[in-house]
Design a protein. Structure first.
Length: 507
């Protein structure tokens, strides 16, 4: 017996989970940390708070009876949000707050990458351009707007790379993050130095991790310093993880053919793997060898989904967490065609299929008689329409979406679940009371610890429990008009949103 320790560094906080070596969950502990929004479209966090949260959660989890009975920790694996960029000195100390994944300040830099697609074929793996969320545009922004911080930075890295350094003392990068977020060539095993040079950041390579390793590889042993803080033994394997939503493919269970993992929480990520690459400008990818060797990973998603519902219910209406079920129940009683509202979910830009960091949220059709239940339902419908836009783009690219598996914060909101399948018009599975990221990290840890031959064999040890959501045919017909209006609004309002964004960020 022994414990596989899973670290999930999310947007609102960290969660640490423990699994026995034969796949039994032993519990999990969350710890929150703060996000600052210093300007419109900006979002930042303090990496020191990430580490403090993980340390506190780990110590609290390992003293529980289940963990005490299970034995020592035998391996650790981590997953984090992607495109959350830490700027640190040689000791790993932050020189400025980390730029969170949802931060859209690098929109102009993102547009510059699109102009280089014809001369830099590697950009085809990201649909012809890098998104404003990604490390490379953010590094460009830092060099142009905060040159002193950029020059002083020994490392500009993803949060997963920062965490691996805190655990091992080594700058080892996840191949998943490298190929998906800073254009690493996972076929030739090299960084695109010529692309970095063309974008004015030729020196970025020296600030990235020293070595890139595949998911499931051992980055090194747990350092004595980290072991002391966490309260566990040193030298156990620290296994290379990756992006929280992407690794969820390892913990969905069942057949992988046609599998699409839809992880909906603060944001939504839609992830799949295909056998052969294809050309697209709507999806991120296909990325070679990002998760499993020989597979091409494709990614779509929404920058803001659950965060939109939180903003409407908690921030604007002042509904407390314990009162949310009542609001959701009231919104569920509102007829989908009766409230006369249409909304857009682009509060921090659009991830895919529009790939536009300058888009923003909107609500039209408001009257003095609009109720909070109607407004909340309209927000849920907007988020569901955003999900359909992503799934439709997958299907246009030839990605099979035969099996949708939902997980994340959506599991706690029955209205969000049902409206999503009603808008999509197809069945979906939803994971009951489980965190697929923590489960996937256990799969990865088991692989690195030698408990399974590969990720696929380890995945079979960690199948979750799911239930099936079924759409209502009549509501799906009504929602076809809602979706058409959603697309029409996005098209009509985009020029105005672009102009407003450009004026706001002119200085």
């Amino acid at each position: 017996m022994g414990i596989l320790l899973s670290f999930d560094l999310g947007t609102e906080g960290a969660r640490v989970g423990a699994f026995s070596t034969d796949g039994v969950p032993l519990g999990s502990v969350p710890r929150a940390y703060a996000t600052a929004f210093p300007r419109s479209g900006w979002a930042e966090q303090d990496p020191a708070q990430w580490w403090a949260a993980l340390v506190d959660a780990t110590r609290a989890l390992l003293v529980t009876p289940a963990c005490r009975m299970a034995g020592p920790v035998v391996a650790v694996a981590s997953a984090t949000t992607a495109s959350t960029v830490a700027v640190v000195d040689a000791a790993g100390e932050s020189l400025r707050p980390a730029i969170l994944w949802m931060d859209s300040r690098a929109a102009d830099q993102s547009q510059r990458t699109a102009k280089l697609a014809p001369s830099h074929p590697i950009l085809a793996w990201s649909g012809g351009s890098d998104a404003a969320e990604w490390l490379l545009p953010k590094a460009m922004w830092l060099k142009e707007h905060e040159p002193a911080s950029y020059a002083r930075a020994d490392r500009i890295v993803e949060s997963i790379d920062y965490l691996t350094f805190r655990l091992t003392g080594r700058w080892v990068g996840s191949q998943m993050n490298a190929v998906c977020k800073y254009n690493y060539d996972s076929i030739a095993h090299r960084f695109p130095a010529e692309l970095y040079e063309a974008l004015g950041v030729a020196d970025l390579r020296a600030k990235l991790p020293d070595e890139i390793m595949p998911v499931g590889s051992v980055a090194g042993g747990l350092s004595a310093a980290a072991a002391t803080e966490l309260g566990i033994s040193p030298d156990i394997p620290v296994v290379v993880g990756g992006i929280d939503a992407h690794v969820s493919l390892l913990s969905c269970g069942g057949a992988s053919d046609g599998l699409v993992s839809l992880v909906s929480g603060t944001s939504s990520a839609v992830i799949a793997e295909v056998d052969e690459p294809f050309e697209t400008t709507e999806i991120w990818g296909p990325y070679p060898h990002a998760l499993r060797p020989g597979k091409w990973l494709v990614e779509g998603g929404q920058v803001s989904s659950g965060s939109v519902l939180k903003w409407v219910g908690e921030d604007i209406m002042g509904v407390t967490r314990d009162q949310l079920p009542s609001l959701i129940q009231g919104a569920a009683a509102v007829g989908p065609g009766a409230h006369g509202l249409r909304a857009l979910d682009f509060f921090m830009g659009n991830r895919t299929p529009y790939r536009d960091a300058r888009l923003r949220g909107a609500v039209v059709g408001l009257t003095l008689g609009t109720t909070r239940e109607e407004l909340y339902r309209a927000a849920v419908e907007a988020v569901a329409c955003g999900t359909r836009a992503v799934v439709d783009s997958f299907e246009r690219g030839g990605v099979s979406c035969a099996r949708l598996v939902m997980s994340g914060g959506i599991e706690k909101n029955p209205l969000w679940q049902q409206v999503t399948v009603d808008v999509l018009g197809c069945e979906a599975e939803i994971v009951d009371g489980d965190n697929l990221t923590l489960r996937a990290c256990a799969v990865i840890a088991a692989t690195g610890a030698g408990l399974a031959r590969d990720l696929d064999e380890a995945a079979a040890m960690f199948t979750p429990h799911t239930r099936t959501l079924t759409p209502d045919p009549a509501r799906h017909l009504l929602y076809q008009q809602t979706y058409d209006d959603y697309v029409g609004l996005a098209t009509a309002l985009a020029p105005i949103m672009h102009e407003m964004h450009d004026r706001l960020h002119a200085s």
